[in-house]
Design a protein around this ligand. Structure first.
Ligand SMILES: C[C@H](O)[C@H](O)[C@H]1CNC2=NC(N)=NC(=O)C2=N1
Length: 183
């Protein structure tokens, strides 16, 4: 039995190309994770850190090291288990220098991050492919990336959103003063 509303929706639906309906859902599947029940707000809470650590790793050591990276130097663990950090830089030249420095150090260790360079920013993400998950290699990679960042005047926001370095305005003012002092 078709009520007027159902009749209307069936008529409308018959004019929408099927691919338009399937494309929107297949290309952006819902972000819900089976590993965690939805929170009261209906959003899926991210899986616990321990569930993201690769098999064979010492879970207590790796999760403690990652928690320290999160607390002290602005790293985050994304819901899909990647170790993530956004570095802020003072010039595009610094971005390229940091990207290259991290890349060379990672290549020496044969453990490679995914990096995205942008204007005055560099995203660095670590996750181990084999075994799948977070490992001590990712912790080492993050620490080395932070050491490289120290050589490229990089800043980042720590866990409570505070910038870890001189404020952006101060560094710009300082640089301008240095320029003015030049003969
Ligand atoms: C064969 C080669 O040594 C492996 O594929 C290395 C290369 N770089 C890597 N990088 C990362 N992030 N994870 C790995 O498991 C990994 N494995």
């Amino acid at each position: 039995m078709f009520t007027p509303f159902r009749l209307l929706t069936r008529t409308l639906a018959s004019h929408i190309p099927r691919r338009a309906l399937t494309r929107s859902f297949t290309s952006h599947p819902p972000a819900l994770s089976s590993a965690s029940p939805p929170s009261p707000e209906g959003e899926a809470s991210p899986p616990a850190l321990e569930t993201m650590i690769a098999k064979g790793e010492d879970i207590s050591f790796v999760s403690a090291d990652i928690s320290t990276l999160i607390r002290d130097s602005g790293w985050k663990v994304l819901p899909d288990g990647r170790l993530h950090k956004l570095f802020k830089l003072q010039s595009y030249g610094d971005v390229l220098r940091l990207h290259t420095l991290i890349g060379k150090e990672s290549d020496k260790r044969n453990h490679h991050p995914r990096m995205v360079s942008g204007y005055r920013m560099l995203i660095v993400r670590f996750k181990t492919h084999k075994p799948v998950g977070l490992t001590a290699n990712d912790v080492t990679g993050a620490r080395v990336a932070d050491e490289c960042a120290g050589k490229c005047r990089a800043r980042w926001e720590d866990a409570d959103g505070q910038s870890n370095n001189v404020s952006w305005k101060e560094s710009t003012v300082l640089r301008r003063i240095v320029v003015q002092q030049k003969p």
